[in-house]
Design a protein around this ligand. Structure first.
Ligand code: CAP
Ligand code: MG
Length: 506
């Protein structure tokens, strides 16, 4: 039996029957558009965010005027609720409420809004609390047809509590021996993703290393399955690293996926530490699916033992895409603040979503300190604190040697290019597949376009013949178009809303 609707709120002509409540047709239930959300107005267009405010950029669309929707979002994610609170007081209101300080209306019921949240509102050391506030209940408000959180600008004061990457670009380069050459890193994911025994897996890794690759990694879904135990695989790969290193002279790296429940992840880090593998093993973490709380503690443990970390974001796209979502750039900022050393950010030219311009921005979030606003990408102005080292960007997903020139035109040298099927699907097998990727990188370092270098390097020629050559001009063209039309792109987005963000929606 449903609890009857309290009288004092729904009395008089608008009172609802239980049936209306059940059928969701209760007028009272709708945000009253005669007065602000719960008796307070969260709209404060004269407000100028302070350096200690979090600024959040949102796209929203719904069944009410955007002003009402904006208030509901600000209220529900800060101090408010749907009716007047007898318990509210001026101190709470003044110090902890969120403020809608900017709005771009697109029609009557849709628009972009920017909301400022005071740092006092948050249990600053607690990311779960932050996400439950800013990225929590609001997604459930029934008046919303679309709600997309594009970006958050984190105050320096907030960033100070995080230590950032302990290795970062420079530390990973030191491990791989590329501090001097500044050569892009190149690696593979052993395929098939799962099913090989530890010995079979390690043999494929050896072939990849022998072909000149820096890094071999577990796939996001390979951890400690019966057929390929984590420890067995580790021991076999260590042998492969030693054998291949003896032949190539390179210091090869292995990203070992330890993702699991917290206690087992800690056990695995302690085990790696007991073997003193800091110089060759990178601790791989499925960062999105494990959640921020666990990730924060695991990273404190990897840093304590000086292990580099590799962030895989499997699952993030569920939040990143669609009319209700949270853009990856918010997660990526957290992964850098928390201290991931090398992080998957997308390719711009491969099998996964994300335009070259969008991915370039994600690359900048990984290794730049000052990000200027790019409204047409839904990306805010933000400064990273000086103590937060840059992460090494990982471009992975549908890559092969014929895409390396285009990748470098977009990402530049401070990148790790990962090719799975692009190596193990090479007609010559893994070693030749690896050689084709390495040859494409070497060609770039010598300033020779891959198709020309392929004339004297058959492994590269075979890859380009099979999978084609992605002309870097396409990427350069899109980057130049963005640069030349930034103002026009912003105006288009302001006028048409989310559907007008052409470069972000590709
Ligand atoms: C790539 C990959 C990576 C994705 C992750 C895969 O394999 O191993 O997990 O790149 O995507 O399983 O698809 P291929 P992202 O090289 O064979 O495509 O980097 O965008 O998070
Ligand atoms: Mg994978």
């Amino acid at each position: 039996m449903r609890r009857p609707w309290p009288k004092d709120v729904g009395s008089g002509p608008l009172a609802c029957s239980d049936q209306q409540m059940i059928n969701n047709t209760c007028l009272v239930w709708k945000i009253r558009d005669t007065m602000p959300y719960g008796g307070y107005s969260y709209l404060d267009m004269k407000y100028k965010p302070t350096d200690n405010d979090f600024v959040v950029m949102i796209w929203a669309k719904g069944s009410l005027p955007i002003e009402k929707i904006a208030e509901a979002i600000a209220a529900e994610s800060s101090v408010g609720s749907w009716t007047k609170l007898k318990t509210m007081n001026d101190f709470v209101w003044k110090h902890y409420r969120a403020r809608v300080f900017w709005m771009d209306k697109v029609g009557k019921n849709a628009g972009f809004i920017k909301i400022a949240y005071p740092i006092e509102h948050f249990d600053a050391k607690n990311i779960s609390q932050f996400m439950a506030s800013v990225l929590g209940n609001i997604f459930g408000l029934k008046e919303l047809d679309e709600l997309y959180i594009y970006d958050i600008s984190f105050p320096i004061k907030y960033q100070k509590q995080f230590s950032g990457p302990c290795k970062g670009i420079e530390g990973i380069r030191k491990m791989a021996g590329t501090l001097k050459t500044r050569r892009p890193h190149v690696g593979t994911i052993v395929k098939p993703k799962v099913g090989l025994t530890a010995k079979e897996w390690a043999h494929v890794a050896y072939e990849a290393f022998a072909g000149g690759l820096d890094l071999v990694k577990d796939d996001e879904n390979l951890v400690d399955q019966e057929f390929c135990r984590w420890k067995d695989r580790l021991h076999e790969v260590v042998k492969s690293i030693e054998k291949a290193g003896g032949e190539t002279g390179q210091n090869h790296l292995y990203s070992s996926n330890i993702s699991d429940r917290y206690c087992r992840m800690i056990d695995r880090i302690d085990y790696l530490n007991s073997m003193g593998l800091q110089n060759n093993i990178v601790v791989m973490l499925d960062v999105y699916v494990m959640g921020m709380g666990a990730l924060q503690d695991v990273l404190e443990h990897t840093k304590k033992h000086r292990f580099a970390t590799h962030g895989h974001r499997a699952g993030f796209a569920a939040a990143n895409r669609g009319s209700f979502g949270i853009n990856f750039q918010i997660y990526e900022k957290y992964y850098r603040m928390l201290g991931i050393d090398q992080m998957h950010i997308g390719t711009g030219v491969g099998k996964m979503e994300g335009s070259p311009v969008t991915i370039k921005r994600l690359h900048d979030i990984a290794d730049q300190y000052h990000l200027k606003e790019k409204f047409y990408l839904g990306s805010l102005d933000m400064r990273f604190s000086d103590h937060i080292n840059p992460m090494l960007s990982i471009a992975s997903g549908g890559l092969d040697a014929g895409r390396v020139d285009a990748l470098l035109a977009l990402h530049g040298n401070d990148t790790n290019f990962q090719a799975g099927a692009g190596v193990h699907g090479h007609p010559g097998g893994t070693r030749k597949g690896a050689m084709s990727m390495r040859q494409a990188i070497d060609a770039y370092m010598k300033g020779i376009p891959s198709p020309k270098y392929a004339k004297t390097h058959p492994e590269l020629a075979t890859a380009i013949k099979l999978w084609g050559y992605f002309d870097p001009k396409k990427v350069l063209h899109e980057l130049a178009y963005e640069k030349a039309n930034a103002k026009k792109l912003t105006a288009l987005a302001l006028r048409k809303g989310r559907s007008g963000m052409e470069l972000a929606n590709e």
